[in-house]
Design a protein around this ligand. Structure first.
Ligand code: FAD
Length: 690
């Protein structure tokens, strides 16, 4: 029955589209495409919208708001899934809302027959995500003020929370914990447990699934909701536009927004609007055949972008051609891949996550994380659209059984198209409404890289140091490949005319939509970070940067070399670097020698090669060997920097530093740990880990 509704909606939309076509949109009193989503206008999208959440709820007839604080898209994705589930299973009138787009001083006027969800990721050192900074400051402020001035202020507010964190970081899930505490203090009523997902343990999805069931039960009880059989209702209508082809100038072929389509792209360049930057040069840093690490210099001189040493650059990747092809093929869309479609939200508060009109091909290639891990819940949902009973049963089993799912899917790093291909034994899954993919797959995310250049030395050129993700997994013919790093590899190969054949399929569009990135460009934006050198260059610094963790350290050391060349007094600079073998992955070896020539005894490189000799040696072992010197430098207020692997290395370095302080100063471990903590709060200990 749900398909009939869908058909009707699509039909109605086609009719509307036809009217629009013949009236050239004048029916709306405007000449622009009536289907063009607000996103097409990039940053202009926010103009004229209310920031009043209560007004918005009333206007849209909603009783459940799902706010998200998201950095990499996962929290946003979970928010959408909760919204969908709340509606289909319990008939809640849900809406998803970006925390950045609303004010919060009237949270106290939300009536108690409504509920507010907070799905909040913790970022970096226990910080809120960029879009949640204002909310976090508001709600955790001691003197928070609300419109009504009730006592307790949020006595009417019912809320639900889920946090996304990583236990390898010092401040695990601190965002959701602090928000929950603040809401409790203000008298709000939490429904269900304060859920926490752990990316560090790799259990985020399972934590989420395990948390939400009892939460729904508690919520249904509290709000008197009856559970009903969930039927799939599409959130988006997809209307094929017969009058348009992929050559039509108004059709988006992967351009991120209207300015890019019109060729008038200008700053500010940010997470909604990348700069299509020329690549000045790119080269390989490793000297082995089977592993790659790319150095890339990105030219920002023709943009108004700027950066400071220690900042991050975001790269907007393009999906590999072979994965796009497989996705099209398994859905039976290969023949239609260049058909122009308009996508429209069927419900006022949902947002189309890319500009339209566009093509299926462009949506899949530029806007969806089609290579990402598959969600178990999504498979369960797709079972209803399986091509035969056997595939349906298998999808249901995968959706229901955690261990089975792990063994069949996760271990092999299968993405959605590969799963459908294997489960359906090559049959095409033509029954799945395309809307389900727009809803169920995260939008393609930019990847961040620690800038490895110094802004003092080269203010208009940003360096990236990225190791290419390629892993041979059991049970797969081809290696698992990371999206962005292989995109960078392909760009490097093209720029240098490398002879290696591109392993990512013939339809890999590294020259961008309409070849706009040819010659040779990469879409980027800059994110400012707190990982910074001391303002006084004469202060000593200790840098721990094994593997690609060396990236920002290279920036730091080049900066200090430049400062010395400028006649400034530069303090002691220690770099602990580790890799497998001095002959394979010893990055920037020659540059360290150059630094030594300028900085003299004030610079020292301490290496740890884990696969030379009989015992594995890592940077933390080297650090320990230097205990006395490290302690002396710390007593001279040296700054301590750690970059790279959050899961193991950064933790162990933290522990080793505590040991060193305890031993050298003859104080108890606990006291030494306290000192390390204080160093962190005073920014004397800084981490840039992932
Ligand atoms: P992705 O495709 O994103 O895959 C990444 C990982 O996700 C895989 O290794 C795998 O574990 C998992 N995964 C993906 N798809 C699946 C699947 N289908 N099934 C199961 N698992 C899957 N990296 C650097 O090399 N240098 C840097 O300087 C650097 N700086 C960073 C700074 C910050 C602040 C952050 C947050 C990250 C940084 N990174 C850096 C990491 C970088 O952002 C990317 O995560 C990394 O390059 C991999 O990107 P990718 O697109 O190639 O891989």
């Amino acid at each position: 029955a749900e398909l009939d509704t869908l058909d009707l909606v699509v039909l109605a939309a086609i009719l509307l589209g036809t009217v629009a076509y013949f009236t050239k949109g004048t029916l709306w009193g405007v000449t622009k495409d009536p289907y063009a989503s607000s996103l097409a206008n990039a940053s202009g999208a926010k103009a004229g919208k209310t920031r009043n959440i209560v007004e918005k709820m009333e206007e849209q007839g909603k009783n459940c708001i799902i706010f998200y604080g998201s950095q990499t898209g996962t929290a946003e994705d979970y928010a959408s899934r909760l919204a969908k589930e709340g509606k289909s299973r319990f008939g809640l009138e849900t809406m998803v809302a970006d925390l950045e787009e609303y004010d919060f001083d009237n949270l106290d006027t939300i009536p108690d027959d409504k509920v507010v969800f907070f799905v909040l990721a913790t970022y970096g050192e226990g910080e809120p995500t960029d879009n949640a900074v204002d909310f976090y400051e508001f709600i955790t402020n001691e003197d928070v003020n609300f419109t009504e001035g009730n006592e307790p202020a949020l006595g009417n507010l019912n809320y639900v929370t889920f946090g996304l964190g990583n236990n390898t970081y010092e401040h695990y899930n601190s965002m959701v914990r602090n928000v929950d505490k603040a809401l409790q203090k203000l008298g709000a009523h939490r429904i269900g447990d304060a859920g926490e997902g752990d990316d560090g343990a790799g259990t985020m999805e399972e934590d989420f699934l395990a948390w939400k069931e009892p939460m729904w039960t508690a919520l249904a009880e509290k709000m008197g909701l009856e559970e009903r059989e969930a039927v799939y209702e599409p959130v988006f209508s997809i209307v094929e536009r017969e009058g348009l082809t992929k050559e039509s100038p108004e059709v988006y072929l992967g351009e991120p927004n209207k300015m890019h389509l019109d060729g008038t792209a200008k700053g500010p360049f940010n997470a909604h609007n990348p700069y299509i930057a020329p690549i000045a040069q790119s080269y390989e840093l490793f000297s082995v055949k089977d592993r790659n690490c790319i150095h890339m210099d990105i030219d920002i001189s023709a943009s108004n972008l700027n950066y400071q040493t220690g900042d991050h650059i975001a790269v907007w990747p393009t999906n590999p051609g072979d994965e796009v092809d497989l996705f099209m093929n398994v859905l039976g869309l290969s023949d239609k891949r260049h058909t122009v479609v308009s996508v429209k939200a069927l419900e006022a508060t949902a947002k189309v996550p890319f500009p339209t009109p566009t093509t299926y091909d462009a949506i899949v290639r530029y806007h969806m994380e089609i290579c990402a891990p598959v969600s178990r819940q999504f498979l369960a949902q797709l079972a209803a659209f399986a091509p035969d009973a056997e595939s349906k049963a298998e999808m249901t089993k995968l959706g229901a059984e955690k261990d089975y799912f792990h063994e069949k899917i996760s271990v092999h790093h299968l993405n959605i198209a590969r799963v459908l291909d294997i489960v359906g034994k090559g049959q095409k899954w033509t029954n799945i409404p395309f809307s389900a993919f727009i809803e169920g797959i995260t939008k393609l995310q930019p990847r961040y890289y620690s800038i490895s250049s110094s802004s003092l030395e080269q203010p208009k050129k940003i360096s990236i140091t990225a190791v290419v993700e390629s892993t041979q997994l059991p049970g797969r013919d081809d290696p698992f490949r990371g999206v962005a790093t292989n995109y960078l590899l392909a760009l490097k190969q093209k720029q240098n005319g490398d002879p290696e054949p591109c392993p990512f399929g013939l339809t890999y569009e590294i020259t961008g939509p309409r070849n706009k990135y040819d010659g040779i460009h990469v879409p980027v934006h800059v994110r400012h970070s707190n990982f910074k050198l001391p303002s006084d260059p004469s202060k000593p610094i200790i840098c721990i940067g094994p593997g690609t963790g060396v990236a920002p350290m290279r920036g730091f050391i080049r900066e200090r070399v430049q400062q010395a060349k400028n006649g400034e007094k530069v303090g002691k600079t220690l770099l602990f670097f580790g890799c497998r073998k001095s002959t394979e992955d010893f990055m920037y070896k020659d540059e360290w020698e150059e630094a030594k020539q300028v900085l003299g005894d004030n610079f020292e490189l301490i290496t740890a090669f884990s696969r030379e000799g009989t015992k594995k040696v890592y940077v933390q072992h080297r650090l320990k060997e230097r205990a006395e010197e490290i302690n002396q430098l710390l007593e001279q207020k040296a700054y301590f920097y750690v970059c790279g692997d959050a899961a193991n290395m950064a933790r162990e370095v933290n522990t080793v530093l505590g040991n060193i302080i305890s031993e050298q100063r003859g104080i108890p471990e606990a006291k030494a740990e306290e000192i390390v903590k204080n160093m962190r709060s005073a920014n004397q200990y800084q981490e840039d880990v992932w």
